[in-house]
Design a protein around this ligand. Structure first.
Ligand code: ADP
Length: 264
C-alpha cells in the first residue's frame, strides 16, 4: 500500500510538538494505475494495425507495384486491419458512453425475448458463416424488464457473438430465458438469460479477469477473429447499470455458460 505522511510542527511548542497526517493513497494510486494501463493498452492496440497499414502502403508503392496478385492480397489485409481499428474505436466509444451513464436508471420497458430475437436476426449471417446452430429456449409468456433497449441488445450481441466465435463450427449455442419470482440475490423477481456454448471452455483462473478491458485468454485467436477484448467489459458495465449480475461458468473441455440476471 501507499501512504502520504505530512508532518507540520506545532506553533508555540518550542519545536516539540507536531501534527502528523497519514493518508492512505492506495486506492487513488490503483485508479491512476488502471487509467495509465488503459491508455497504454489503447495506444498499443491502435499502433499495431497502423504499423501494418503503413508497412503495406510502402510495399504497394515499392516492391509490389507491378504484382497484381500481391496487390490484391495486401489490400485484403489492409481492409481487415482498418476494419479492426474501426471496431476498436466503436467499442471504446460504447464503453465510455456506458460508463458515463452507469448511474442513470434505465427508463424503457423492454421485452427480453424480443430483444434477443432482434439480435439473432442481426447476427444471422455471422451465425451461418460460423456454421453454428443457435437455439432460443424461451419462456411461454413475455418477460419485461426496465432497461435501455440498445444496451440490452448489446449485451446479448456480445455474449452470443462470443459463444458463436469460441463455440466452434458444427456446435450448438443455447440461449435460455427463465424467470424467478423471488431472486435471493436481487431480492425480488428476476429474469435469467444463459448463453451456453459447447466450445473448449476456460481454465477457471481466467474467469475473474474476463471482464477486464483487453483481457484475452488467447490474444492471437481473439485478434484473428476480429475481437477487441472489450466486449465483456462493456457487458459488465451495462449489467451493472441495470442492477443485474453477470456470472461465468466454464471448465476446460466443457464449454462455457455466461449468465445475466436482471431485476424485473
Ligand atoms: P474478445 O473481443 O477478445 O472476444 P471479450 O471481452 O468479448 O473480447 O472476451 C474476452 C476474452 O474472454 C476473449 O478473448 C476470450 O479469451 C474469452 N471468452 C469470451 N467468451 C468466451 C467463450 N464463450 N468461450 C471461451 N472463451 C471466451
Amino acid at each position: 500500500s501507499l501512504w502520504r505522511v505530512t508532518v507540520t510542527p506545532l506553533e508555540q511548542s518550542d519545536g516539540r510538538g507536531a501534527v502528523c497526517v497519514f493518508e492512505d493513497l492506495t486506492e487513488q494510486e490503483q485508479i491512476g494505475q488502471v487509467r495509465r494501463d488503459f491508455v497504454a493498452n489503447v495506444s498499443h492496440e491502435l499502433r499495431t494495425p497502423l504499423t501494418a497499414l503503413i508497412g503495406f502502403i510502402e510495399t504497394l508503392r515499392g516492391p509490389a507495384r507491378d504484382d497484381a496478385a500481391a496487390r490484391e492480397r495486401f489490400l485484403d489485409i489492409m481492409e481487415r486491419e482498418a476494419t479492426r481499428m474501426t471496431r476498436l474505436v466503436r467499442d471504446l466509444l460504447s464503453l465510455s458512453r456506458v460508463e458515463a451513464q452507469e448511474r442513470q436508471r434505465p427508463t424503457e420497458q423492454v421485452e427480453v425475448q424480443a430483444s434477443i430475437q432482434g439480435v439473432l436476426a442481426i447476427l444471422r449471417q455471422t451465425i451461418d458463416e460460423a456454421q453454428v446452430r443457435v437455439v432460443l429456449e424461451g419462456c411461454k409468456t413475455p418477460v419485461t424488464v426496465p432497461a435501455d433497449s440498445d444496451q440490452l441488445g448489446q449485451v446479448w450481441q456480445n455474449l452470443i457473438e462470443n459463444a458463436v466465435k469460441y463455440g466452434g463450427a458444427g456446435k450448438q449455442v443455447t440461449v435460455r430465458v427463465t424467470t424467478n419470482d423471488h431472486d435471493p440475490m436481487l431480492r425480488g423477481p428476476s429474469v435469467r438469460v444463459d448463453v451456453v456454448d459447447q466450445g473448449e471452455g476456460l481454465d477457471p483462473v481466467h474467469i475473474p479477469r474476463l471482464t477486464e478491458r483487453f483481457y484475452r485468454v488467447d490474444s492471437h485467436r481473439s485478434r484473428r477473429q476480429g475481437g477487441t477484448g472489450l466486449g465483456l467489459a462493456i457487458v459488465k458495465h451495462i449489467v451493472n447499470r441495470h442492477r443485474g449480475r453477470l456470472k461465468i461458468e466454464s471448465a476446460p473441455g466443457q464449454g462455457s455458460t455466461f449468465t445475466v440476471i436482471l431485476p424485473r
